[in-house]
Design a protein around this ligand. Sequence first.
Ligand SMILES: [Zn+2]
Length: 153
Amino acid sequence: MRDELRVKLLEDFPDLYPNRDPSITDYAPFQFECADGWYNIIYRLSYQLASIIANDESLAGKNVKVFQVKEKFGTMRFYMSRYTNEVHEAIAKAQEESAKTCETCGVDGDGVGLKTDGWVRTICEECEVERKGKEEERKRQWLMRRKQTEPAA
Ligand SMILES: [Zn+2]
């Protein structure tokens, strides 16, 4: 995730993400290990979690933090230091949403789904075409470079 979005999340939810807690230095600076397309999902979820935590007496003073946010097997994973049923439900919904939202550009709806060629990802058709094009171009350039460095027979 690009830094501008990362910083926005960390600044808007300072109690949720551990980089603002000097006692938990292991997680600083916090990284969102997914592409920009899921930013809105993560933002909405963070907002929801902050409100759940603020209103749940059983979590008062428990210093509930997000441990890790990442992509795994094509969907978003979101790990917390503590869970309640409400926290679980909010995360499960966001994860479901991520399975229908292009991780690259954030578009959702028809044509967005899991694609795999060794690496599973949730991506829309346009981003997949662009990605494949870039891959082809890289291969072509690599072959050209190799040809240039091969000794003449
Ligand atoms: Zn896309």
